[in-house]
Design a protein around this ligand. Sequence first.
Ligand code: SF4
Length: 489
Amino acid sequence: MNRSSTPTSVDGEPILFPRGTHDIRSRAAVFLRDETLQGAVREATTLKDQARRDVLKEAFGEDVDQIRSIAGEIKRHTIDHLDYYIETWIDRAEAAGTRVHLAIDHEEANRIVVEIAREKNAKLCVKSKSMVTEETRLVPQLEAAGIETVETDLGEFIIQIDDDAPSHIVMPMIHKDRKSVARAFVRELGAEYTEEPEQLTRIAREHLREKYRRADVGISGGNFLVAESGSLVLCTNEGNGRFCTSAPPTHIAVVGIEKVVPGFKDLWLLLHLLARSATGQPLTCYSQILTGPRRQEDQDGPTEMHVVLVDAGRTRILADPEFRESLGCIRCGACLNACPVYRKATGHAYGSVYSGPIGAVITPLLQGLDKNPTLPEASSLCGACFEACPVNIDLPRMLVALRRKTRKRRGTLGERIGLWWLRRVFSSVLFYRVAASIQRFALSCLTGGSDRLRAAPGPLSGWTRDRDLILPARRSFRKRWHDRGGASR
Ligand code: SF4
């Protein structure tokens, strides 16, 4: 099976973009027209976002924000001392028998994995879900080397056989429905058509069990690296990670260097936050802690364990104090579910492995802002991502900082007059009140009493091209406050 990154619509039609396009506006325009996709993404993200809030409240009550701050501090401390913790992890992992490799970029990471697989005369690799191998595009490299590589996470498996690309960090096939899965199973696996989720899962399981039995190499990512013990931690919900890391004689994990945490106390808190933030579960069904290959007394496990530590732009981000906190991301996907732009534009619009608010920050940092100049614009700066992030990453601040970097030019005369006027309005109470009254009056004339404007005139028309303009309340907050007896200035 080959793997391209051509996204498809829910009808299975490939969605083609002009070559070299990294403009989120033009990409999003394609997906905004797809009502089925819009409905599927809206439903899934709304459910997960609500589940996250519920389980966090249930577990931590009013202390949620304090817990997020503690988790953020753990990640910030680790990132600030990354050299120390990585060296400690390497020493302990090697002492436990793990063979550690360092890869400066994607090409080197892929080359190392392919070389290990070739050394083992591998014909078949089974692979569990890993964002960093999506980033390096490892599967096509293995396939090019003649090594069949099968994704075993159910979502990733479906994406692979459908020649599609993931569109969410945690729910890779959020953009697909049952019908498209059923069609892919008929076409690629020769299965009978069924839309029943249980039947579809059974078909995939039967197909994959055989692959596990025959695989020479198992490939995984890693959610955390524990410096205290040199362990690799994997969190999965389907048990496929266990098969990939224990059935084949060789296990290769490909992990970003930022995944290290100091010790098990830190891991405990992060595991609880990861599962709750990602899927609304107290813990993922399988949390594996792997410390070296199989020992004599072990009943199963690989005889060789390799970990490829990938830099690929991460040390460049580390060197920039303005953006280094982005390395604290634990890839839970909560910011995607909470983001109004992700919910409308959907994952493939970002044109990158990482979508949503975190993708809008780290894709330009990893690949270069010149290649992705519009990604930092993919946010309303409402702050929902910051509020959702379990490790307190200030994504809005970094989005603004990236936007500032793309604004090298002084702007047109009209833009400069507009900004001068806004500065005046927001720096004077009197100006603000007058401007707010004029705005309310003008908008109510335009809408004739409705609470929203569907097609704004002139320079405002850009705003209503993709959404309605919700009008401000008829009576200002200040006036209502005053009428209810509140103190005024
Ligand atoms: S930035 Fe925060 S919320 Fe978004 S994926 Fe990373 S850890 Fe999760």
